[in-house]
Design a protein around this ligand. Structure first.
Ligand code: UD1
Ligand code: CA
Length: 468
């Protein structure tokens, strides 16, 4: 058998529709599923097909949609073509004709159908084989609103839209998904011949089926059983339903790899997550961007973890918020973080570091064994091995105009409620007394205290309340 998928594939994505039922200022195809715009899901799938090009039909909200599509970083060559006004799906694909080569297979997709799998499309393309019109179809118990697949014997004869269908045709449960694969030269010819003589006065893409039959080009249906792959988003309810279904599928994939999720229904991944062996994740955690979890890592309940690498054996206690954004966050082997900790961009924590409740770390390195267990802020700091940073202490890194660095060398002990005013260095092995405001660097091994001296007045009489 010839490997049919070697035919050049050009994808057409219909994304001009209004999405009225979303009731949003944001165009429908820019609404996010698992953190990614709907239309980007479609383009990602197209990229998995190794498509030669993608032509996206834009219309409503084109000014917002096109910059995303044309942004650098798209895996395949994307062109945008405007459809103004929107006269139907056939009219939409007509707009793409000048941008389409004649020698390829065209795969028609919708920008609001995000979860079609590449292997399904590969099978559809194989059915097309560069010679036939292949339709992706599915049986629905309630096919209301969909185009029905009308057959004579087993041969597909037409797609009849719900509004144009007879009572008998409305009984048909096999519907057109909105996805087809078709040789470009046939498609171009047929698009030139469709009209809008139908119940909606629209140019229907689905009319190409009749034209194929008239031309003697075989029409084949590739029927699938998984409704999620053809589900479109029209309303916030449908968006939420697809989100949950998609998240549940992702959760099951991770569990199959051995990740122990306390509850797959309470797991959200909006990016890339890599897990080594024996990772445990408690309920209600959200992972975003690029996250990597080493062997035996445990994530407590209600954590948000984004753009972060966590090494083997580290434990992230409940309610911890980590977001490395562009700089990233790294957590070393066996570190203990949280509960209620906040790690911000550039936090680089070594092995066995402890970060306790209400501690914020930003753009700071903490060497192995360093600890900040309670109520602290470390910003723009370089913290040596085994440093103990006391409760309530902070680095004052910002003078109102510029940020400065604080260096705390190995084995330093910072007492409670200290302010280290940067730029400043605390020498190795030094101690800073509780309540100190340190503005000058200190020598290694020194005890530094910078606070008002204690005064005690014996037998002090408190003032009494004056009678009225
Ligand atoms: C279409 C199919 C129907 C199929 C259903 C599956 C036609 C005529 N009918 O119906 O057989 O069962 O999808 O969901 O194709 N769009 C444009 N420009 C337009 C019109 C639509 O870009 O002028 C886009 C929409 O934004 C959407 C997609 O095309 O992404 C499908 O349009 P929609 O109106 O949802 O098609 P249906 O009427 O549901
Ligand atoms: Ca319609």
């Amino acid at each position: 058998m010839t490997p049919l998928f070697q035919l050049p594939i050009d994808v057409v994505v219909m994304a001009a529709g209004k999405g009225t039922r979303m009731k949003s200022r944001l165009p429908k195809v820019l609404q996010r599923l698992a953190g990614v715009p709907l239309v980007q899901h479609v383009l990602n799938t197209a990229a998995q097909l190794n498509a030669r090009s993608a032509v996206v039909i834009t219309g409503h909200g084109a000014d917002q949609v096109e910059p995303l599509l044309l942004a650098p970083g798209q895996a395949l060559a994307v062109q945008c073509v405007r459809q103004e006004p929107q006269l139907g799906t056939g009219h939409a694909v007509q707009q793409a004709v000048p941008a389409l080569a004649d020698d390829g297979v065209v795969v028609v997709l919708s920008g609001d159908v995000p979860l079609t799998q590449a292997d399904t499309l590969q099978a559809l393309i194989a059915q097309c084989g560069g010679k036939q019109l292949a339709l992706l179809t599915i049986d629905f118990a309630d096919p209301t609103g969909y185009g029905r697949i009308v057959r004579e014997g087993t041969q597909v004869q037409a797609i009849v839209e719900h509004k144009d269908a007879s009572e008998a045709q409305r009984q048909i449960q096999e519907v057109y998904s909105g996805i087809m694969a078709v040789p470009a030269h046939f498609l171009k010819g047929w698009l030139g011949r469709i009209d809008n003589q139908n119940a909606q006065g629209e140019y229907y893409l689905t009319d190409v089926v009749k034209l194929a039959v008239a031309d003697g080009v075989p029409v084949v249906a590739h029927k699938i059983t998984d409704p999620l792959q053809v589900a479109g988003v029209n309303s916030p309810v449908q968006l939420a339903e697809l989100e949950r279904a998609h998240q549940l599928r992702q959760a099951h994939q991770y569990m199959e790899q051995g990740v122990r999720l306390k509850d797959p229904a309470r797991f959200d991944l909006r990016g890339q997550l890599d897990c080594a062996q024996d990772v445990e994740i408690d309920v209600n955690c959200i992972f975003e961007g690029q996250v990597s979890l080493g062997e035996g890592v445990k994530i407590g309940a209600n954590c948000i973890i984004a753009n972060c690498t966590i090494e083997a054996g580290a434990v992230i206690h409940p309610f911890t918020h980590i977001d490395g954004e562009k700089l990233g966050v790294s957590v070393g082997e066996g570190a203990l973080i949280g509960p209620f900790a906040r790690l911000r961009p550039g936090a680089q924590l070594g092995a066995q570091v402890h970060i306790g409740n209400f501690v914020e770390v930003k753009n700071s390195t903490m060497a192995a064994g360093a600890k900040a267990n309670h109520l602290a802020y470390l910003g723009d700091a370089t913290v040596g091995e085994r440093v103990n940073f006391g409760a309530g202490s902070i680095t004052a890194n910002y003078d109102g105009a510029n940020k400065h660095r604080t260096v705390i060398e190995a084995d330093v002990h910072i007492g409670s409620n200290c302010v280290l005013v940067a730029p400043v260095t605390i020498g190795a092995g030094g101690t800073v007394g509780g309540g100190s405001t340190i503005t000058k660097s200190t020598e290694p091994g020194a005890l530094s205290v910078a606070r008002g001296k204690q005064v005690s007045i014996a037998n002090w009489q408190r003032p009494e309340k004056t009678p009225k």
